[in-house]
Ligand binder design. Structure first.
Ligand SMILES: [Zn+2]
Length: 215
């Protein structure tokens, strides 16, 4: 299994080295784009997009992509629906200056752990996840952070501060000063879900009659 994968990856790599585009490689090897993406990620294969081809396809699809995104569809859904590559989608968004509706959610000014959200940053290059520019309360570093990582408490501070806070994100109840080794541990103690506890902490709301803080 692992050998087959490695062999596939080296075939993809070889064709990429000849300058073939993702679509051409998929056709040549008779595998899906999704498969190629998995191999790319797993083996770090770089495929140079056939620029003119990507641009041409992007330009042709701008009206359709605009219509779908302005109707509220997320980037992954638009991509699936039109069966196009991320490269084409990103190019169309860039050239067509298409603004998805979901940008309307405003996280600016909110805090998530030690992060304070400054402003909307953009989308990740591939995958179409929204990133927000945040400032780390531990050291002041500013970095774009994925929305999902912020809201789920998967990222609560910059990498340097996270390394200093060995053992990860801890939680403290403000009234008694009682400390918990993780968001999960605090949630278990209170008897609510981890997601609910973290959301309420971030929103500055009380839980069991007291405020909580992340440190
Ligand atoms: Zn920091």
């Amino acid at each position: 299994m692992a050998n087959q994968l490695t062999e596939r990856a080296s075939q993809v790599n070889e064709l990429a080295a000849y300058g073939l585009s993702e679509a051409q490689i998929a056709l040549q090897l008779g595998i899906s784009r999704q498969r190629i993406n998995q191999l790319k990620q797993r083996y770090g294969i770089k495929i140079k997009p056939a620029e003119s081809q990507v641009e041409a396809e992007a330009k042709r699809l701008i009206p359709e992509i605009r219509r779908l995104m302005e109707s509220g569809l997320s980037q992954p859904k638009v991509r699936d629906k039109l069966n196009i590559s991320w490269g084409v989608l990103k190019k169309a968004i860039e050239i067509g200056n298409i603004k998805p509706l979901r940008h309307s959610e405003d996280l600016a000014g909110k805090t998530f752990g030690l992060w304070t959200v400054l402003k909307f940053h953009g989308c990740t290059p591939y995958g179409g996840e929204y990133e927000w520019l945040c400032r780390c309360g531990g050291c002041g570093e500013e970095k774009p952070v994925r929305r999902a990582n912020l809201t789920r408490g998967l990222s609560t501070r910059c990498k340097k501060c996270a390394a200093k806070a060995r053992g990860g994100t801890k939680v403290r109840r403000v009234d008694t000063g009682e400390e918990f080794v993780s968001i999960e541990a605090a949630a278990r103690q209170v008897g609510i879900s981890r997601a609910t506890l973290y959301r309420r902490i971030c929103d500055g709301k009380t839980i069991v009659g007291t405020r909580w803080e992340v440190f």
